[in-house]
Design a protein around this ligand. Structure first.
Ligand SMILES: [Zn+2]
Length: 491
């Protein structure tokens, strides 16, 4: 009897192993086969010098001061006009709001649906106290060791200038786009986009413009960052998470600390916050994260490939691994972050009020309303009042990979980064592109930067820099993308 059971068990295990092995091997690659883009006829050193000079304009945006650094933005505008004469002779240029720019490159076919490329002019400041940690002056626009250095090279003048270079080249070669191409260059992306990208989206809407697709800055070409993947992964963002801050307050009667009640404001608020942190919102390898791992699994090797090709069996195990790292955990769920707590101001007085703030980054599928419902339940204290921050935003819609835009971008990535594999991904940060769901169903987020793990801290951080060789690939990418858009069959 025992022998029969163990024999049956052995058979079951063998079948399972066979099923896992078969699934691992037969899951097909989703990568497009392409011929690499032809080499561009461009003086890359001269292009790098043009970008480096733009780093000297301190176009730092400010949330409260719409006019901050206005003169620096004006200098950038004049510089663009001077450096890209063909672009400025061919495209219509409008200044929207304060210093945001909208360029219109009229297409040859009025029936073709227009597209938009986005990048932003503004930058974050240097964090006070970190100036000394830079190996160069962050606003000098230095070129050194094969890199263009300084604040804004990655975020986001690299994209903006690469687009300008690509279009200047295309015009020079006699190219005209079939569909109208808009260039959208916000001046306050780092502080919300409400004065730049949003009014431009509204302006387009008022002109009855519906965009076939939009490409903004976003996810990157990650080299050696994803475990089990030897090739670089170019991730195209299909969506970005929402932003939800909730202010909590709990009022009790203040009193003397010599006769404390059983539950103080501080104790009750702390207990509620501890309950909240102990119960993260449910998550899993689904939605965009599921699409991402589905595209990457066939490109992986070893145990990672086996595990990700067999999520039907391994999901709980893989998920618990991913949950251990804050960056991959953020792809799986709406995250909960306790960011402010405030109560009391004298050691022998019981405060009458305890306050806290919780910041959620909301996964597509959840909403501000569903997060608030969850929050109330998790706090489990009806005396706590909840108020929403006015700047909260719902997650963006999820753009489809089955769209002309995704295909054109995917193809251009494979042509310009032949060593990389492409997969959809989820942006956990906010970009200007979220305002463009107003005028398009297909909004994508991708920046053609090659980055290694240690480079991620350069965004908004110290020693921001862009390799000149990578800058050449970026120009090639946008150049190829516009050609791909022309070649796409009419919808
Ligand atoms: Zn940016």
């Amino acid at each position: 009897m025992l022998k029969r059971i163990s024999l049956g068990l052995l058979l079951a295990v063998l079948l399972l192993v066979a099923a896992v092995a078969v699934k691992t091997v037969v899951t097909p690659s989703q990568q497009l086969a392409v011929t690499p883009a032809p080499k561009l006829d461009i003086d890359l050193q001269a292009a790098a010098t043009r970008l480096s000079k733009a780093i000297t304009f301190k176009t730092v945006s400010s949330l409260d001061e719409a006019d901050a650094n206005a003169a620096e933005f004006d200098k950038l505008h004049a510089y663009l006009a001077q450096q890209f004469p063909k672009v400025h002779a061919t495209l219509k240029r409008e200044v929207v709001g304060n210093k945001a720019l909208l360029y219109t490159w009229a297409g040859s076919d009025p029936a073709a649906r227009p597209i938009a490329l986005m990048a932003h002019q503004d930058m974050v400041p240097i964090a006070p106290g970190t100036e000394k940690a830079w190996s160069v002056d962050p606003f000098a626009g230095e070129i050194k060791d094969g890199f263009i250095w300084g604040r804004g090279t990655l975020d986001n003048k690299g994209n903006l200038f690469a687009q300008m270079e690509a279009i200047e080249l295309l015009i020079g070669s006699g190219f005209t786009p079939k569909q109208t191409v808009y260039l959208v260059m916000g001046d306050d992306e780092e502080v919300s986009g409400l004065r730049g990208a949003l009014p431009i989206a509204e302006l387009l809407k008022s002109r009855n413009v519906r965009l076939d697709w939009v490409l903004d800055e976003g996810l990157l070409v990650l080299d050696g960052v994803l475990p089990g993947l030897s090739k670089p992964a170019a991730l195209i963002g299909l969506a970005e998470k929402g932003y939800g801050t909730f202010f909590l307050s709990l009022d009790t009667s203040p009193g003397h600390s010599s006769m404390p009640p059983q539950h103080s404001a501080i104790g009750s608020m702390s207990a509620a916050l501890a309950r909240l942190e102990a119960h993260p919102m449910p998550g899993g390898i689904q939605g965009v994260a599921g699409q991402m791992f589905g595209a990457l699994a066939p490109e992986m090797s070893g145990i990672n490939r086996v595990m990700l090709s067999n999520l039907w069996l391994t999901e709980p195990l893989v998920r618990s691994q991913l949950e251990k790292s804050p960056s991959s955990n953020a792809m799986l769920r709406t995250t909960t972050a306790l960011t402010i707590v405030r109560a009391g101001n004298k050691d022998n007085v019981l405060p009458g009020r305890a306050e806290a703030a919780v910041n959620f980054r909301i996964l597509p599928g959840d909403t501000l309303a569903s997060v608030e419902t969850y929050l109330r339940r998790a706090l489990a204290n009806d005396d706590i009042k909840i108020r929403q921050y006015p700047g909260n935003a719902e997650p963006s819609p999820v753009s489809s990979t089955d769209s002309a835009g995704y295909r054109a971008i995917q193809q251009a990535v494979r042509q310009s980064f032949p060593d990389a594999v492409v997969a959809p991904g989820l942006m956990t940060a906010a970009t200007d592109s979220r305002h463009f769901s107003l005028v398009s169903d297909a909004v994508f987020r991708f920046s053609p930067f090659r980055v290694k793990g240690e480079d991620l801290a350069r965004f908004h951080g110290t020693n921001e820099r862009l390799a000149i060789s990578n800058y050449g690939e970026m120009i090639g990418f946008y150049h190829q993308l516009l050609r791909n858009a022309n070649a796409a069959p009419a919808p």
